[in-house]
Design a protein around this ligand. Structure first.
Ligand SMILES: Cc1cc2nc3c(=O)[nH]c(=O)nc-3n(C[C@H](O)[C@H](O)[C@H](O)COP(=O)(O)O)c2cc1C
Length: 389
């Protein structure tokens, strides 16, 4: 039988890291008990976590091709390659398809640019409580932040003596309406949101308002937001918590049918889930509806293949959707917010998403504003909150 041949995974970056370890020996020798050692790690976006490498593994990876199969020269080299196979970083030409190999094929097919794929895979949170983390660091208020970090870089640059003063802007009702947008952190859950109001908002911000077809298969949608390549990769999932006439649970919004499809995990709902989704931010978890904005990467990467700008374009797309959501909610007299402090991994599990195919980028929330401000909002001009008394 011919010897097994190997290739490495197609997308891979390596990083030298300083790893801190507890050391009793160091403590007994009068040290701090923490020692630092150098450790190579493989960052492979088809795998869920970084993989530690010793130098033999690092060298072997550097010699393997991602496309061409090759046989090891020596038994020792084969031992190293088998360790890389066990770690999911290398594949054998004679082995049945493993989960790592299937994930690697799917990743290659979706045309990610490797650094973006690594960044995306590793930046996703699981079960984080962002509020607790900030509180522990004393950084949950502007005062606490400045005390800890000093003043931030200047809010504006100096215009200089040659700056050309612009004519005073004309104030029309649109300007007053723009000023009424403030990130809402106070929702009134004693009242339910009207289904018609939710429908209106979804129609304006997420629905398709026209189509263009190319041949049998290719469809391009027209929406009220711009999108890189006109591809509109961003889907919205809704965690409905308190809407009159709509059962609480998880739904997937259909932009063509303007309809909500219940997801398989529909029974999963409740305060704990919402809180988990928004990483412990109770003021956001309390919104009547959470909208999870989750792009399908392959849709944008179909045109921008392995493109260094493609992931950025996807993030910008999500930002446009969220801004329109906030604007339209304001116009409807609703409170709204956007946050990127979300537990992506928990959301993906609840929705059954493969993170490298489709993944949440941001959560928006909408609902009825409370009359009481319990959690602070930023409204220095008092356009939303009237002075008390
Ligand atoms: C990308 C993004 C992420 C945000 N994440 C959070 C967040 O995690 N928690 C929060 O309370 N506000 C969040 N905000 C809201 C900002 O804190 C808010 O926009 C800012 O303080 C200015 O206030 P304003 O929106 O009322 O003008 C986020 C805003 C943006 C655009």
């Amino acid at each position: 039988m011919p010897p097994a041949r190997y290739r490495r995974c197609s997308q891979l970056m390596t990083e030298p890291r300083m790893v801190e370890q507890y050391s009793m020996a160091d403590l007994l020798a009068g040290g701090t008990s923490v020692t630092s050692t150098m450790q190579w790690v493989a960052l492979a976006p088809h795998l869920p976590v970084p993989v530690s490498l010793d130098e033999a593994m690092l060298l072997a990876l550097g010699r393997l091709s991602p496309e061409r199969w090759s046989a090891p020269d020596t038994p020792d080299a084969m031992v190293v390659l088998e360790r890389l196979v066990a770690a999911g970083l290398t594949f054998r030409d004679d082995s049945p398809p493993t989960a790592a190999l299937q994930d690697e094929h799917a990743l290659t097919a979706s045309a990610w640019w490797t650094p973006a794929a690594v960044m995306h895979r590793l930046a996703r949170w699981e079960n984080q409580d962002s509020v607790e983390a900030l509180r522990e660091a004393g950084m949950e208020t502007a005062a606490g932040l400045c005390a800890r970090l000093g003043a931030p870089p200047a809010a504006m640059f100096d215009p200089g003596p040659d700056a050309v003063a612009l004519p005073p802007p004309v104030q029309v009702p649109f300007d007053a309406w723009l000023k009424r947008r403030a990130t809402c952190r106070n929702f009134d859950r004693t009242r339910a949101l009207d289904l018609a109001a939710l429908s209106q908002l979804l129609w304006r911000t997420l629905a398709s308002h026209g189509e263009q077809r190319e041949g049998e298969q290719a469809v391009f949608l027209k929406k009220n937001v711009p999108s890189a390549g006109g591809l509109h990769p961003t889907d919205a999932y809704l965690l409905v918590q308190d809407v009159d006439g709509l059962e609480a649970g998880l739904y997937h919004y259909h932009p063509g049918a303007h309809a909500l499809s219940p997801t398989c995990s529909r029974t999963a709902s409740g305060d704990a889930l919402a809180r988990r989704f928004v990483a412990g931010q109770d003021w956001f978890a309390n919104a009547h509806v959470l909208l999870i904005l989750a792009p399908r990467f392959a849709r944008t990467f179909w045109k921008y293949r392995q493109h260094p700008k493609a992931y950025r374009a996807v993030i910008l797309d999500v930002g446009h959707v969220s801004q329109l959501l906030l604007s339209c909610a304001t116009e409807q007299g609703l409170g709204a917010f956007v946050t990127a402090a979300i537990n992506e991994q928990d959301i993906e599990q609840a929705l059954g998403l493969d993170p490298m195919q489709q993944s949440p980028m941001a959560i928006c929330g909408i609902g009825l504003r409370s009359e009481q401000m319990t959690t602070s909002e930023f409204d220095p001009g008092r356009h939303v909150w009237q002075p008390v008394g």
